[in-house]
Design a protein around this ligand. Structure first.
Ligand SMILES: NC(=O)c1ccc[n+]([C@@H]2O[C@H](COP(=O)([O-])OP(=O)(O)OC[C@H]3O[C@@H](n4cnc5c(N)ncnc54)[C@H](OP(=O)(O)O)[C@@H]3O)[C@@H](O)[C@H]2O)c1
Length: 257
């Protein structure tokens, strides 16, 4: 079978997407930094599904990593048919409280890496009968979020880029899909150092990564351009579009105070 390559696949939504794609009989390529978690994820996938799984531990935020990941696939003759750009993280708090190198790393992972991986893999994907790119965005892409400013802006970039790429590749064999989860029960919230009201609300409304993965993969195979996961997150994006921006931003700001 052809391979599906999933970034940020050691845990959370990425691991759940890898498991979901294995259900569709894809052989799986996993990447993230934590070799031990990647090995555990690979073992779990192989135990559950009769597919091949390989993994590469690397820090994608380093500038040469996208090219190194691409080289690894070529050197091993991995026949990639699905690219899932999932790796990403957020950092909450006042803009100037975050170290510049942390912001740079977030922008690298959330913006540059998925862009370059699309660019590197499109020529390979063009050789397939049908190929897919799935970019994991966020409900935070639908408005400016004070105290989560760089993360929400990075995801707005990825959403617009994904939509544009979908149109550019419309007449080709490659379908490009943007999927935006809302709060999901993963380590994201702890990495983002979210506290206060936002933490409490997320704990009450979050979805499970397996459910997010099921919806995301279904949307990808249906060649959807953009899907917001869950009715509450869809309503949130609708009201963010409908209501005055100042009101929406003030409300979001109070969540992250
Ligand atoms: N959870 C939510 O509420 C939520 C909501 C909307 C959107 N999202 C998006 O969903 C995606 C997945 O997040 P998640 O919720 O599953 O979070 P998570 O549990 O923290 O998983 C993040 C994944 O990215 C990998 N990663 C982080 N930094 C990396 C780096 N420098 N190089 C390579 N891999 C790296 C992590 O593995 P290692 O640590 O092993 O590297 C892990 O596999 C992200 O793009 C996130 O922005 C999440």
């Amino acid at each position: 079978m052809p391979y599906a390559l999933v970034t940020g696949a050691s845990k959370g939504i990425g691991k759940a997407i890898a498991l979901e794609l294995a259900k569709y009989s894809y052989d799986i390529l996993l990447t993230a930094r934590s070799a031990d978690l990647l090995k555990a994820a690979a073992d779990e996938i192989k135990e559950k599904y009769p597919v091949k799984v390989a993994f590469l531990a690397l820090d994608l935020s380093l500038s040469k990593s996208p090219q190194n990941l691409h080289n690894w696939c070529i050197e091993h003759n991995y026949d990639v048919e699905v690219l899932v750009n999932n790796a990403g993280f957020g950092l909450s708090g006042p803009f100037d409280s975050v170290k510049p190198e942390e912001n740079a790393s977030m922008l690298q992972l959330n913006v540059i890496v998925p862009t370059l991986l699309c660019q590197l893999f499109v020529p390979l994907l063009k050789n397939k009968k049908q190929a897919y790119i799935l970019n994991i965005i966020s409900s935070a892409a639908y408005q400016a979020v004070p105290l989560l400013s760089i993360y929400s802006a990075s995801k707005a970039y990825l959403l617009n880029f994904t939509r544009a790429l979908h149109h550019e590749l419309k007449k080709t064999n490659i379908s490009v899909t943007a999927v935006s989860p809302g709060p999901t029960d993963t380590d994201w919230i702890h990495t983002a150092r979210v506290t206060g009201k936002a933490l409490k609300v997320a704990g009450k409304v979050h979805m499970q990564p397996s459910e997010v993965a099921r919806i995301a993969v279904k949307a990808m195979f249906r060649k959807k351009i953009e899907v917001i996961v869950g009715m509450m997150n869809q309503a949130g994006a609708f009201f963010a579009w409908l209501l005055p921006k100042k009101f929406v931003e003030r409300t979001a700001s109070k969540m992250y105070e």
